[in-house]
Ligand binder design. Structure first.
Ligand SMILES: [Zn+2]
Length: 287
């Protein structure tokens, strides 16, 4: 789908196994910036290369014109076909230094963050050719992207702001209200959202998990994300005061219930997000 003159979005569906015979339907957006060369933002899950290449062919462009793959962070649905795309196109791969280890050694990532179905989602390890730091500018022919370090969801998370078009690519930096809360650190996630909110003149917000949002809706989505994080924090503080928080999975089950999230949210990944609130349990406000 065309978003602006140069930017296109492609929605990639995938499934996560969550139990015997049970699958969670998910999707992830990847973005293409079309200039004399092509820049791809995130690669989608394993084997997304076929969808991406077909889309480009449909536009009359060749997959081999992809010269740069920017990775917002190292999670499976963002790096899953990075290796396949790099091999087919010879593109450079760029990411934040804090994401590098999990991109270059996916078995290390699996060991440290064993997402269900990991090996169905990730094609393999890929070398990173270029480090992207906060404030760096990536020039892409007609457009330029400013790198904004937005840790929290993942420590190596980065967002990209294209000033010329007022487009912010936020990856997974902003949580989805009433969605599965997945982050390494609640306070850092909130600070990163505030950092994005402080950007003036965002005309379009392109995240990995939502359709594009324009103007004031973009800022509202960030406000909503912040409020959701604060609501989770309030619930965990309340729970800690009443019943204690010794067993992480027990805490997870209780908070999932309080938040009205589906049963599938009671899992170690979400427990990890909730535990990050315990590190700042004395703090009333996240920001
Ligand atoms: Zn993610």
């Amino acid at each position: 789908m065309q978003i602006t003159e140069h930017i296109h979005a492609l929605k990639i569906p995938f499934k996560i196994p969550v139990g015997p015979g049970r699958e969670l339907q998910r999707f992830v957006y990847v973005y293409l910036i079309l200039g004399p060369e092509i820049c791809l933002i995130d690669s989608g899950v394993k084997s997304s290369d076929a969808l991406i290449f077909d889309y480009l062919k449909h536009l009359g462009r060749k997959p081999q014109e992809i010269s740069l793959l920017l990775l917002t962070h190292a999670h499976p649905d963002h790096i899953g076909s990075a290796g396949e795309i790099k091999e087919a196109t010879g593109c450079s791969v760029a990411a934040h230094p804090d994401a590098r280890a999990w991109i270059e050694d996916v078995e290390q990532q699996f060991k440290e963050r064993p997402v269900p179905g990991f090996h169905d989602l990730v094609g393999g390890s890929t070398s990173v050719d270029r480090d992207l730091q906060d404030g760096d500018i990536v020039c892409l022919g007609p457009l330029a992207l400013e790198i904004i370090h937005t840790p929290g969801h993942a420590m190596g998370s980065i967002s990209f702001f294209c000033k010329e078009e007022g487009v912010l690519f936020a990856g997974d930096a902003i949580p989805q209200v009433n969605g599965l809360p997945i982050y390494e650190d609640a306070a850092t996630t909130a600070e990163s959202i505030q950092k994005l909110k402080d950007i003036k003149h965002i005309r379009q917000l392109l995240s990995s998990w939502a359709d594009s949002l324009e103007g004031s809706s973009a800022y509202s989505m960030m406000d909503d994300g912040l409020q959701y994080l604060q609501r989770i924090h309030d619930s965990i503080r309340d729970m800690a005061a009443k019943t204690g928080t010794d067993d992480p999975m027990e805490l997870c089950a209780r908070i999932v219930k309080v938040l009205g999230l589906p049963e599938v949210a009671v899992n170690p990944l979400i427990a990890r997000s909730f535990i990050s609130h315990l590190r700042i349990i004395d703090r009333e406000k996240l920001l």
